[in-house]
Design a protein. Structure first.
Length: 369
């Protein structure tokens, strides 16, 4: 930018914005500085808005609906500049930027001189010593523009993995203010261990959530609707309320909890699905199983796993007619046990998940023996 050509009013505005940015970042605290850093408002002023057109073949709904719901295809910063007329009106932004993995991030090296240059440059390699500076230089004006488009109570959620988590967090703190950080959410992207890792397996990614103004943001859970409750019913007239089928298998494998469970209806021995394990303590599961009228014991059945929960006196894949009769009689009564085998007793073991309950049964310790 040629400051000699700027009018006095524009120079005053730049100085005011510079002072405001320093105040927000905390001039006596941590302020990020990296190679090629340019104030985001200076870069965005150079970006030219694009002329947009509606593709009828990709549109659905009437014209009013098309105006309210749009998908823009284009370079993201130029798109945000084109949408700048809607600044201060956006409730929520969810963005998934490049993770800078060393194979998927392409950066325009002329960004600070001409952000409209169509040449995106070469891929930023993993061994590029300035890859983090280039990524920050790329991200800064975009995050700044996203914040500008939010309404005063708006919220931004940005996805990232471990490669740029720390730098992104500092950049978000600087632009939004640390006091407006709502959460850092980590979510498990895969249940199975990563075989490509020689050290600690990285199976999680992160979502950084910031409010434009914490005092004005509202992020509480929405009230449940009838549609949300359609999965719940009460086929056994359970006095604790409506419930739905829940998973007895946990994703995290544990060798001591990968044992077999024998059905009192069919005698079949069931194991946790996939590479998981049973999610409740063994003593509690044993107590719930015995509510079907049979006595259970822990027994080694030669399957190379921890001792199975077997009906006392039964063999693998077979129980006595008396045991089956008791289980069917219990199935005909109301309020089935917490661990059940389907409405006809012929399925795998599963649990009840009550509306509004936590994943663990609220009364599970009642059967601790």
């Amino acid at each position: 930018m040629n400051y000699d050509e700027l009018p006095r009013s524009a120079l005053i505005r730049l100085l005011q914005e510079h002072d405001e940015a320093l105040h927000q970042a905390g001039k006596d605290g941590i302020v990020m500085n990296y190679s090629g850093r340019t104030a985001p408002w200076q870069i965005t002023r150079l970006v030219k808005p694009k002329i947009s057109s509606i593709s009828k073949k990709l549109s659905c709904g009437d014209e009013a609906a098309q105006c309210e719901n749009e998908i823009w295809d284009g370079e993201n910063l130029s798109t945000m500049v084109s949408l700048y007329r809607h600044r201060g009106k956006v409730d929520l932004i969810l963005t998934d930027p490049p993770y800078n993995t060393g194979s998927d991030f392409r950066y325009n090296d002329k960004w600070d001189q001409d952000p409209n240059d169509p040449d995106l440059g070469e891929l930023v390699a993993e061994d590029d010593g300035s890859r983090h500076s280039k990524w920050l230089k790329f991200m800064t004006p975009r995050i700044w523009m996203m914040k500008e488009t939010l309404r005063p109570g708006g919220v931004m959620a940005i996805c990232i993995d471990h490669r740029e988590l720390y730098r992104l967090g500092m950049l978000m703190d600087e632009i939004f203010g640390e006091e407006n950080r709502l959460a850092i959410i980590n979510w498990q992207k895969t249940a199975a261990p990563r075989p490509d890792k020689s050290h600690v397996s990285t199976s999680t990614e992160y979502v950084l959530v910031y409010a434009k103004d914490l005092a004005k943001a509202r992020t509480l859970s929405a009230a449940r609707t009838e549609q949300d409750n359609k999965r719940y019913s009460n086929p056994d007239n359970d006095t604790k309320g409506i419930w739905r089928e829940g998973n007895l298998t946990a994703r995290s494998p544990s060798s001591k909890d990968e044992y077999g469970i024998q059905s009192p209806f069919t005698g079949e021995v069931h194991y946790p699905a996939g590479h998981g394990s049973w999610r409740h303590p063994k003593r509690n599961i044993k107590g719930w199983l015995q509510e079907w009228g049979a006595t259970y014991e822990e027994r080694d059945i030669g399957d190379g796993r921890a001792p199975a929960l077997m009906v006392k006196g039964a063999v693998v894949n077979k129980v006595s007619a008396a045991v089956t009769k008791k289980a069917l009689a219990r199935l005909a009564k109301p309020e089935w046990p917490f661990v059940w085998f389907g409405r006809d007793g012929q399925g795998r073991p599963r649990v009840k998940t009550y509306l509004g309950s936590k994943p663990n049964h609220p009364l599970e310790n009642r059967h601790a023996h």
